[in-house]
Design a protein around this ligand. Structure first.
Ligand SMILES: Cc1ncc(COP(=O)(O)O)c(C=O)c1O
Length: 471
């Protein structure tokens, strides 16, 4: 086996040198560095190790490294800077190689992809104040492993907030902090499957991700149609489900609100069948023309698991979510959370607790509501002007709008024509459960500016016209 030496251990630059070959060491060093720059592994403006450090590191004389650097400077791969250091040249950034595959085109210039709040409005200053307070005031012990339910402070702050704003009946001891709805729902479905639940009813149409999670947990999923008044409870009766997931306050994606009758019928169903309701309250904070309906959890705390998230209100990257659990599920859920990840990051939890308890969350939402409302109004108005046959359905709420498509337009054709114009729009097809329902579009507007929303609808009108011209 050939002997080689690299500086991969403590070194600043990984280069392999083969001392037994006839190729001079400075050339080996040059080609090693050249290749790394070409492959994009050493990026433009990276500061190279000093010649002295690299020579020591690789067991070379400094002259060998100087010679290699000089050659690469001459070739334009490196530049020497005043101050005596050397950098990877900006122009040496990786160029597309002949014969490589065409890069996929970038993301659409204007994108109506759903589930994007305006993260540029994240309340950094207030969040920073909360972080500072937490770091200054929190006792050391709070940074140890937590109870599986999460930090006491956050469970208390959220219980108060939800009882006040969402009409829940939450006790801090029944709350569990999780990494968003994604983790909370996964753990819940696993716990339910392990305790004998068998069949999960989901709204049809609805978010599709959870169905796979349910199947993996061992639950059969069944779709139940959504009416204008919320879930079709008679169809739920027939489905044989023992647990149902609903977005009662603002159905995703249709935007329907479950009526008082629907909510009462759901609770009655759950009591009679000894069944459970999972209430995904993902965007209830955003209501633009009416008071939000209270959470169902407040009607039947022992039959409803309430799920909330900071993904729409603050930022999805925070990965902060919460559940209010019926008492009989608390222990198993806390244990499942510990097994899964030993708890959500404590500093984030304590920061959020301080943020909520000091009223910053309310302030942030008061600031964001009119912004989102303006975006929604701009979208709906422009649709009415430019595409009057794409009528929005659902209430004025949340961060998305849905429209049906007229029968002469297919989702695929519209999405393709839009993409050709740098516009991302998204069809309803993935949301149907076990039937191919009518065609429609779901517009997420949370992360866009008003100008982009208006331009986006203009581009869509152009796309739709071209689809019609070619059909
Ligand atoms: C219907 C629905 N529920 C919940 C969520 C929030 O998920 P998470 O808290 O995991 O970010 C989303 C996010 O897009 C959603 O669309």
């Amino acid at each position: 086996m050939s002997r080689s030496r690299t500086n991969s251990g403590a070194g600043e630059l990984l280069v392999e040198l083969r001392r037994e070959t006839a190729v001079p060491l400075h050339q080996q060093l040059e080609s090693g560095i050249r290749e790394r720059i070409r492959q994009g592994l050493l990026r433009a403006d990276t500061v190279m190790p000093s010649t002295r450090a690299l020579a020591t590191d690789l067991g070379l004389s400094r002259g060998v490294v100087v010679e290699a650097y000089q050659q690469l400077v001459a070739e334009g791969y490196l530049v020497s800077r005043t101050g005596g250091y050397t950098q990877v040249a900006p122009a040496a950034a990786r160029a597309p190689q002949a014969g490589t595959k065409k890069q996929p085109s970038g993301p659409p210039r204007i994108d109506f992809k759903y589930s994007r709040p305006d993260v540029s409005q994240f309340p950094r200053a207030a969040w920073l104040r909360s972080i500072r307070r937490v770091l200054n005031e929190t006792p050391h012990l709070s940074f140890a492993y937590l109870d599986g339910r999460g930090a006491d402070e956050l469970r208390m702050a959220l219980a108060d907030y939800l009882n006040r704003v969402r009409g829940t009946s939450a006790l801090p001891e029944n709350m569990l902090i999780c990494n968003g709805f994604a983790q909370g729902s996964r753990l819940l479905l696993q716990v339910l499957a392990a305790s004998g639940f068998q069949r999960l009813a989901v709204e049809d149409p609805s978010d599709n991700e959870l169905r796979d999670v349910a199947e993996t947990a061992g639950l059969k999923t069944v779709g139940v149609p959504v009416l204008e008044s919320g879930l079709d409870v008679e169809a739920l009766e027939r489905s044989g489900a023992d647990v149902v997931l609903v977005t009662a306050a603002h159905q995703f994606p249709t935007g329907a609100v479950a009526s008082a009758e629907t909510r009462a019928a759901l609770v009655e169903w759950a009591g009679r069948r000894d069944a459970l309701i999972i209430e995904d309250d993902y965007d209830a904070e955003y209501r633009y023309d009416r008071e939000p309906i209270g959470a169902m959890q407040g009607l039947a705390p022992d039959r409803v698991v309430y799920a909330g998230t900071a993904s729409k209100t603050l930022a999805p990257g925070l990965r902060l979510g919460w559940l209010i659990l019926p008492s009989r599920l608390v222990e198993a859920m806390a244990a499942a959370k510990v097994v899964d990840d030993r708890g959500s990051p404590v500093l984030d939890q304590l920061t959020f607790a301080d943020f909520v308890a000091r009223g910053e969350f309310d302030r942030h939402l008061r600031r964001m509501r009119p912004r989102y409302r303006e975006l929604r109004d701009a979208l709906v108005d422009r649709l009415a002007d430019r595409l009057p046959d794409l009528k929005p359905i659902g209430v004025s709420a949340g961060l998305h709008v849905m429209t049906w498509l007229p029968p002469d337009l297919s989702e695929d054709a519209v999405m393709r024509a839009a993409l050709d114009r740098g516009l991302g729009v998204y069809g309803l097809a993935p949301y149907w459960v076990d039937r191919a329902g009518p065609a429609g579009l779901v517009f997420g507007y949370g992360g866009l500016t008003e100008a982009a929303v208006v331009e986006g609808i203009d581009l869509l009108a152009d796309a739709v016209a071209s689809v019609r011209d070619h059909s």
